[in-house]
Ligand binder design. Structure first.
Ligand code: PRP
Ligand code: ZN
Length: 210
């Protein structure tokens, strides 16, 4: 096993999920030479002093703010929910999706005011709470860590607030998106104390890396 404690720069990317493969591809397209296997928790680049750390996406912002990783690739949705003070260095134009409030299919549109008194299941309680506050609405937030779309049909909640990408999951569960809270895509983020000098030095001494 390679030693994790090094002076190499460290980038945290998602291990499994909507950003994982594209994040690895993006690093490869930028000239970084590394191999990733499904059980590995980090890879070392062969042509640049960089270690790639594989994490659950909701842990990435904390690793960066605590200085364990210098950079990360994460969805804007996670950044908004975690509200860490991280600098977006580049929007990466993949893993596009939107956070929506969605209701069980009915003919008529549900007005925003009708959210008052409703229960809403979500994995984004902070984003939802901000949205409700901004619109002066009072609803009960039911926190779920996944499979949120099941909530209305099982009677756990009246409606949901969750990510929509292709819309297939909503459709399969008889739900329609009604109010968009924000759009999201993958972004490259860095700690606000990111040592750019260290990055430039690493780059300058490693001319192999395009
Ligand atoms: C995400 C999200 C939606 C779905 C949206 O779930 O929470 O359920 O993807 O994608 P779609 O619009 O293309 O269908 P994920 O697959 O990450 O599972 P989880 O919520 O159970 O973690
Ligand atoms: Zn989901």
């Amino acid at each position: 096993m390679q030693n994790y404690q090094t002076n190499n720069l460290k980038i945290a990317i998602q291990k499994k999920g909507r950003l994982a493969e594209k994040s690895r591809e993006w690093l490869g397209q930028n000239g970084l030479d590394f191999t990733a296997s499904s059980r590995q928790l980090f890879s070392r680049c062969a042509n640049f002093p960089l270690d790639i750390i594989y994490l659950r996406d909701d842990n990435i912002p904390d690793f960066i703010s605590e200085g364990i990783a210098d950079f990360g690739i994460v969805g804007e949705d996670i950044l908004r929910e975690k509200n860490n003070d991280l600098k977006i260095m580049k929007k990466l134009d993949f893993a596009r999706c939107s956070l929506f409030i969605a209701f069980p299919q009915k003919k008529e549109k549900v007005s925003l005011q009708e959210l008052n008194g409703k229960s809403i299941a979500t994995s984004y309680p902070n984003c939802l709470e901000n949205f409700l506050k901004k619109n002066n609405l009072k609803a009960k937030i039911i926190k779920m860590s996944g499979s949120v779309e099941i909530a209305p049909s099982t009677g756990i909640a009246d409606c949901i607030c969750d990510l929509v990408s292709t819309g297939a999951t909503l459709k399969e569960n008889g739900l329609v998106p009604m109010y968009k809270i924000f759009d999201s895509q993958a972004v490259l983020v860095g700690n606000n104390n990111l040592n750019i000098k260290r990055l430039i030095e690493a780059y300058a001494t490693n001319k192999n890396c395009k």
